[in-house]
Design a binder for this molecule. Structure first.
Ligand SMILES: [Zn+2]
Length: 422
């Protein structure tokens, strides 16, 4: 029997370097993610999970067999192993601040990095908790190793307590969430779940069932290249100057990330690369409403058409590609996965809250593909940077929520539609 605590697991996982990489092909995008994936496969096997598999594309799958003899849907719990490429995730040195007393915490490896409750009010709510931070020069990686530790602790608890009644449970640890490709390689038939949850949220009580819908926009500007010494004579058209005009023409107020919040969408340039002859600009487009998202796409196309009309010698193309869709479009049809999560939270003394996520999750893609997958809190805060931290007590609450949720599905979920279970 394992004597690992949730904190032991969390500290072990955050020290494994698993940063993902937007620019890399292949799944997982980085080889180092295999280190944690293999460890999790081995730990699941040691705990006594069955059908433990590590797929060629880097998905750890496992089953906790049902403890009741009834026809019940299969419910899955997931977390991602990669950390965000935005900030270093190599050589993470986690620090445990036992019984946090309030006030600022200076991170030793870069004293300019200070966890400050005046800036991050969640710290005040965690007074008395054991808080884990990084040391100042890396992110912590609670996003999403808090989720990984929660799922592993839940597995350990359920396997050690077969008297807890639940149906079949599947577990998945996946790579590359942070680069938006997290679940593309997941075979839903092999996964075999009828509903799933990601543990990838933040504050206690959080259950998310609405996310942005996202598209990407790709604008290519072909100019006319000549020697600058004879540019007037030969009619140079500078693609960089046109790209600059396009950026300057973007609507700002109410349509940029810097000026929007809550349920407002945006149009956001994220990359520009080129030279006089040829320039490319990438955009992301976001809104909670698919019709409004389409209107943002029309706006970008219109700006490109206007630019084209102003300079007929250039060639300007604008391509808009769907990225992911608001999971709420599907979950609204059958809210049971969300309602059970809310009930589980109340059962452990939390007040459920469902803020709409201004981003996508692995669950956005999974729900769109036919596996309803709301997102649950982990107790991690301020991800993707050096001031990331997590509360041990809130992570433990998340384990309790997961265990309670498994029981609720057995008590009330029998009539839920079977989607991928065999
Ligand atoms: Zn995450």
């Amino acid at each position: 029997m394992s004597t690992d605590t949730l904190l032991d697991r969390f500290l072990r996982y955050v020290q494994i370097y698993t940063t993902s990489d937007h620019a890399a092909d292949g799944t997982p995008s980085t080889q180092q993610q295999w280190d944690l994936l293999r460890l999790l496969r081995d730990e699941l096997t040691a705990l006594g999970a069955v059908d433990v598999t590590l797929t060629d594309l880097g998905f750890v799958l496992a089953t906790i067999p049902a403890t009741v003899n009834a026809d019940l849907p299969t419910v899955a719990f997931m977390a991602h192993v990669d950390t965000a490429p935005d900030f270093s995730g190599e050589g993470v040195k986690p620090i445990v601040h036992r019984a946090y007393a309030g006030g600022p915490i200076v991170l030793p490896d870069d004293p300019k990095q200070v966890l400050d409750p005046d800036v991050d009010p969640w710290l005040t709510k965690a007074i008395g908790h054991d808080i884990v931070s990084a040391s100042g020069t890396t992110l912590l990686g609670a996003d999403d190793k808090a989720g990984v530790a929660i799922v592993m602790s839940m597995v350990a608890h359920l396997l050690a307590h077969p008297e807890i009644p639940h149906g079949p449970i599947r577990v998945c640890f996946n790579p590359d969430e942070e680069i938006g490709r997290g679940v593309d390689g997941l075979d839903l038939k092999q996964f075999g779940a009828d509903a799933a949850y990601t543990f990838d949220g933040e504050f206690p009580g959080e259950v998310n069932w609405e996310t942005f819908s996202g598209d990407s926009g790709h604008v290519v500007i072909e100019g006319v290249s000549t020697h600058p010494g004879t540019a007037k004579k030969y009619g140079m058209v500078n693609a960089l100057v046109l790209a600059g005009k396009l950026l300057a023409s973007l609507p700002r107020e109410g349509m940029s990330p810097e000026t929007t919040e809550l349920r407002e969408g945006y149009l956001h340039p994220v990359r520009m690369e080129g030279n006089t002859a040829h320039c490319e600009v990438d955009f992301i487009l976001r809104d909670f409403d698919n019709d409004k998202l389409a209107a943002i796409g029309d706006r970008l196309r219109g700006l490109c058409q206007g630019l084209q009309a102003s300079e007929p010698r250039a060639r300007i193309t604008c391509t808009i590609t769907p990225s992911y869709r608001n999971m709420g479009y599907w979950l609204r049809d059958d809210m049971r996965p969300v309602e059970f999560a809310r009930e589980a939270m109340r059962a452990v003394g939390l007040t459920p809250e469902s803020p709409a996520i201004r981003g996508g999750t692995d669950g956005s893609r999974l729900t769109e593909r036919g596996l309803p997958t709301p997102n649950l809190f982990t107790g991690g805060h301020n991800p993707h940077g050096p001031l990331e931290w997590a509360s041990v007590q809130d992570m433990e609450k998340a384990v309790e929520v997961g265990v309670r949720l498994a029981q609720l599905w057995a008590e009330q979920g029998a009539s839920y539609p079977r989607r991928y279970s065999r």
